[in-house]
Design a protein around this ligand. Structure first.
Ligand code: SF4
Ligand code: MG
Length: 315
């Protein structure tokens, strides 16, 4: 399969009063066409920032963002405007940033307005098509988001993201605010749409069990770094990084319903401002060794589409 998105040494630092916050600190990954890369980690690990930087909603500090082989960081504003049609985002709360007085037809059709596409009559037809595509009744076209339940609201968010016929969608915790039963419906919808439309997803979640079924591959992030990246299957069957093992140990075993031998992590996540030398997980790792404090483990390919950043694995 062809690569759609490839990110090389991506960094995003934010200046703060206390120093530089290393939100994303040298991240590498690629996503093949039609696949889903899950990005998992605790809040503050840099996963949402990675999603926004990749779309240039915020500018990277360093690195390359190759979309279909071209570095979009070098694009002019005009080129980027066109590229935006192909790269969209679905948020956890799709209406946090939107005017509550807009109706569904205005929300879903707004991208057409921004890009000056279609006459009013055609726009209406397009909006209804999009609503059908995401399983929303046409009857709702003139309602307002606050009149809808969470699942339908998220369907509106998805419809809007699909309006310009994108190739790539960053899904930033799209089901985290929903009840578990509704989560499954939205995840199924997103999977159906992916197949039907040939979409490629970057699916961000703090919850490994949410990304499990939707992801072909999963990247685990900790304090601005990718610590492990491999197939979804390998993450669950053969997790190699101690942090991945700890995340996994918190998920109940399907069917049996009991938890695995839970690995409780001691200590807090260190501050991303002036992060520690050596392995960033050292302060919480059950297997920590002397060299972990001095030497930063690199993300190394261990074979079988599996890369890990840990001195235990890479001796
Ligand atoms: Fe633990 Fe050391 Fe591996 Fe870091 S490098 S995860 S501290 S064993
Ligand atoms: Mg987030």
């Amino acid at each position: 399969k062809e690569t759609l998105l490839k990110v090389n040494n991506l960094k995003k630092y934010f200046p703060t009063k206390k120093g530089l916050l290393h939100a994303v600190d040298g991240v590498n990954f690629e996503i093949k066409k039609g696949e889903t890369l899950g990005i998992v980690g605790e809040s503050g690990c840099g996963k949402s920032t990675t999603g926004r930087v990749v779309l240039r909603l915020i500018e990277a500090t360093d690195g390359e963002i190759l979309f279909e082989g071209k570095d979009i960081r070098k694009y002019s504003e005009r080129q980027m405007r066109d590229a935006r049609k192909e790269m969209q985002i679905v948020f956890q709360d799709p209406f946090a940033s939107l005017n509550p007085r807009l109706s569904l037809s205005e929300i879903i059709g707004e991208p057409f307005e921004i890009f000056n596409m279609y006459k009013p009559k055609e726009r209406e037809e397009k909006v209804v098509e999009l609503m059908e595509l995401v399983g929303l009744s046409e009857r709702l076209v003139n309602t307002y988001p606050h009149e809808l339940d969470g699942g339908r609201r998220q369907r509106v968010g998805v419809a809007r993201a699909l309006a310009l016929n994108p190739k790539f969608i960053v899904c930033d915790e799209p089901v985290s605010a929903l009840d578990v039963s509704i989560q499954a419906q939205i995840l199924n919808l997103m999977q159906d749409l992916q197949e039907k439309l040939g979409l490629t997803y970057m699916f961000i979640s703090h919850d490994l069990s949410v990304v499990k079924h939707i992801s072909d591959r999963i990247a685990v992030m900790y304090l601005g770094k990718v610590v492990e990246i491999t197939t979804s299957k390998q993450i669950f069957q053969n997790p190699l990084h101690p942090y991945t093992q700890a995340l996994l140990s918190a998920i109940p075993i399907p069917k049996i319903g009991q938890k695995r031998n839970r690995i409780i992590l001691e200590g807090d996540v260190p501050s991303p401002i002036n992060p520690p030398n050596g392995c960033r997980f050292a302060g919480r790792c059950p297997y920590v060794m002397d060299k972990c404090f001095g030497l930063e483990p690199e993300l190394i390919d261990v074979g079988g589409d599996h890369s890990v950043a840990c001195h235990l694995v890479n001796k």
